[in-house]
Design a protein around this ligand. Structure first.
Ligand code: GLU
Length: 481
């Protein structure tokens, strides 16, 4: 049986966005679900003009952060090293020579202006422009000062794509494309075919932008006497609104940015896998192990998948809730509000346990927890703009805060004792929890939301609760609030 070998072959031209991660992830899953499957990272750095300094390191960092591990690659080597195309130029030259010897490649003698004139001619005649209509009769011997072009053999093709199904094209799409440029570097069109063959790649998983070139690739495989790998074309990721491909402005951020913002790697893997793939059930939360067990190319959808940022947020909340408190504690290490620096580990864990259910991104931790570590700034408009609380008179507010202060003064600050004190307060004031508890909640936190009131009070402790209620009473007494 052949070993499954898949690859992720990015060009180091920028950061790693969700589309790139999805291609890498699908290829990784396919390799991992097969015994002895191998997943390879190959850097396609043949377009020197587009190369962005540092992006290769960035890609590697992103894959590591997400747990998409590769078995062979530029930084770890492997049986088919080097894994960086700029270090494989001799290999492409050798393969190019085979094509020259077989009469299937020629030196392109034309200048840019001459090619433009051919294009103009074709347009004037309302014909599609094809290089192969202008093949030179006696091309010069190729010496590297001109591009080397493939001499194609136009014909009809029918092939099977694991995602897109059966596809067919006519001879009109086959043309002579460049194999090696004048800078000595191969084109993607040539290099990836050579490398996939040399590296014994069994499955090519890549984005939709390459599908129109597929018949030309088939033509080149034939010229090189190569069996082609299995193809799987994944559809574009579409922006949430409208009908366009996801771009930077629609939130196609660098994946490391998402991690910096407090998205968990588990979430990103789950979310990205589910853009265009599902297992046919209602299940939405998948761990990496489940994805390895369940992923299959034939369940990748053909139409564009939507990038739904709200769903990403929801999913992150789900994953945060699944973490043990100790695990979560480690992951939020860099997200605490500054004021938490001097707090004890125990206290921080208590706070974290309370907000875990509400956290959707780790970076929200300060918003949800700062009042546990520093005195909040009272904002009376939170009371006066509150639908329920605005109905209370100032005297009522004062009296409720006063009763709360007195009742809590003589109560142990543990969640049970605080809860029974609060229940008694409901009885003595004759108020509904929605009113009384909201008022007390604001007076002790001045936060738009907080965990259960009894727990909040218990964790804050008597000193802080008393001081904050006292301050709220002072403000209520001040007519200029
Ligand atoms: N180097 C190509 C890119 O970055 C890879 C395409 C492929 O996977 O073959 O888009």
């Amino acid at each position: 049986m052949t070993t499954i070998r898949t690859r992720y072959a990015p060009s180091p031209t920028g950061y790693m966005h969700v589309g790139g991660v999805r291609t890498a992830l699908f290829a990784f899953l396919l390799a991992r679900q097969n015994n002895n499957g191998r997943f390879i990272l190959r850097l396609e750095d043949t377009d020197q003009k587009r190369e962005v300094e540092g992006s290769a390191e960035h890609l590697i960092k992103s894959l590591n952060a997400l747990g998409i591990s590769y078995d062979e690659g530029p930084d770890i080597g492997g049986d088919f090293a080097p894994y960086k195309q700029s270090e494989r130029l001799d290999i492409y030259k050798n393969w190019a020579q085979k094509l020259i010897d077989a009469g299937r490649a020629y030196a392109d003698p034309y200048t840019g202006d001459e090619i433009q004139a051919f294009r103009d001619q074709a347009r004037a005649a309302k014909q599609p422009f094809l290089y192969r209509n202008h093949r030179p009769e006696n091309p010069p011997v190729w010496n590297g000062t001109t591009p080397l072009r493939f001499k194609s053999d136009p014909k009809t093709y029918a092939w099977y794509d694991e995602v897109m199904g059966r596809l067919t094209t006519g001879p009109e799409v086959i043309d002579d494309f460049i194999l090696i440029k004048t800078d000595g570097f191969p084109t993607y069109n040539f290099a990836h075919i050579v490398d996939d063959a040399e590296m014994k790649i069994t499955h090519i998983i890549r984005g939709q932008e390459f599908i129109s070139s597929q018949p030309n690739y088939l033509n080149l495989y034939e010229a090189l006497n190569l069996d082609h790998p299995i193809f799987a074309t994944v559809p574009h990721i579409m922006a949430d609104a409208g009908n366009k491909k996801l771009g930077k402005r629609d939130g196609a951020k660098d994946v490391l940015e998402y991690i910096k913002d407090g998205y968990l790697p588990e979430t990103l893997i789950n979310f990205i896998a589910s853009m265009g793939w599902n297992d046919g059930t209602e299940q939405e939360i998948f761990s990496m192990d489940e994805l390895i067990a369940k992923f299959s190319l034939d369940r990748v959808q053909r139409s564009g998948a939507r990038f739904d940022e709200k769903r990403l947020l929801w999913m992150n909340g789900q994953w945060i809730r699944k973490l043990s408190l100790d695990d979560l504690y480690e992951r939020v290490a860099n997200f605490w509000p500054e004021a938490a620096e001097s707090a004890s580990l125990d206290y921080k864990k208590q706070v974290l346990a309370m907000v875990q259910d509400r956290l959707k991104v780790l970076s929200e931790l300060p918003l949800l927890s700062s009042y546990f570590f520093e005195e909040p700034t009272p904002d009376w408009t939170m009371i006066s703009n509150n639908k329920q609380l605005s109905k209370l008179s100032n005297d009522e507010i004062l009296s409720f805060l006063d009763s709360a202060q007195n009742a809590l003064l003589n109560c142990d600050h543990n969640p049970e004792a605080v809860q029974s004190t609060l229940n008694e307060l409901l009885e003595t004031t004759g108020q509904k929890p929605g009113i009384l508890f909201s008022l007390i909640r604001l007076a002790v936190s001045w936060a738009p939301f907080s965990p259960a009131l009894n727990e909040t009070i218990a964790v804050l402790g008597k000193d802080k609760v008393q001081a904050r209620l006292k301050l709220a009473i002072e403000i209520a007494n001040n007519p200029t609030k």
